[in-house]
Design a protein around this ligand. Sequence first.
Ligand SMILES: [Zn+2]
Ligand SMILES: [Zn+2]
Length: 357
Amino acid sequence: MTNPQEVAPGVWYLGLNVANVYFIGTRESWVVVDTCAPLNEGPILAAAEEVFGKGAKPAALFLTHAHFDHFGSAKGLLEHWGDVPVYGHRLDAPYLTGMDKTAPGDPTVGGFFAMAYRTFPKRQGTDLSKWFKTLPGSELVPGVTGWRWFHTPGHTPGHVSLWRESDRTLIAGDAVITVNLDSLANVIDKKPTVSRPPTPATPDWDSAIASVRFLAGLRPRTLVTGHGLPMFGDAAADGLAQLAQTIKRPEHGRYVHEAPIADEGGINYVPPPATDVLGIALGTIALGGLIAWVTHRQSAVKAISDTTVPVSSHTLRFERQDRADYQPAKVIETVVLVPKSEPPKTVHGVQLVPTNP
Ligand SMILES: [Zn+2]
Ligand SMILES: [Zn+2]
């Protein structure tokens, strides 16, 4: 089991596989900050009981933002604890109450996480409406004293960070993170590095950069985030200050020039998708494999008949042009290619036309 680690007085870090969870408070009153991806209820409950005692129940759950690696285990925990409220910002409320889903992620931004992101849900949301409450406008954090929440949008419209001024502790969610997810090397070595928010999941870069600069101005002594290890002292404050100076939006991708438009009702507009160069490359590799397989099959079939070659996909028209001046006139299940010496004709119900008439 992963053990919770006290990173500042009354602040526990629980590093789970996909994302981090935090507990803040005392045995009398404590809250859970973020809940990792689905199916982490067990480790979170075990860690909470280790810190606060058997059967301990929080005053509230608090979600920094509406991404599945942060709200994923919330429903299971709320069902377990019963009448505990979950708080989120009003601008992320649509994605936490089943009203809408977040703007789609963008796997075309490049970097390690963007590759992995292809397997993630593109638009994210959950329905916690039974327990959901909008954060109070006072910026106070319900259930604990000495803490404030700040609106730090960009990664999501309603992203919030938690701040305790007395010892300069910052829980920044994904507004900044302490691992560079664009770098596979850093994901493996885990060397704490103050980094911009996860690139494929950040659709509003003007806001995200402004949020990083705001958080840098706090000069935290303890910096903990949604992903990566805790950071302390000058490494935290200087690392964040340096990021604020150097942060850049990704060089390409769907949201480089334009952000989605969203409000309390959800998403109103998203920019069109960017060209997915890697997706095309992966598709080409898959096509190459298909062609190799079909070519192999064709050799076998050719041994039986020298004039007809059954293949399995319309994609074959690309590769057969060097061997026959024909391509299918329509997309079909079975393509029959004929030697170029033959005239136009219909074979097996398929109309064949010259590629270069
Ligand atoms: Zn996130
Ligand atoms: Zn995250």
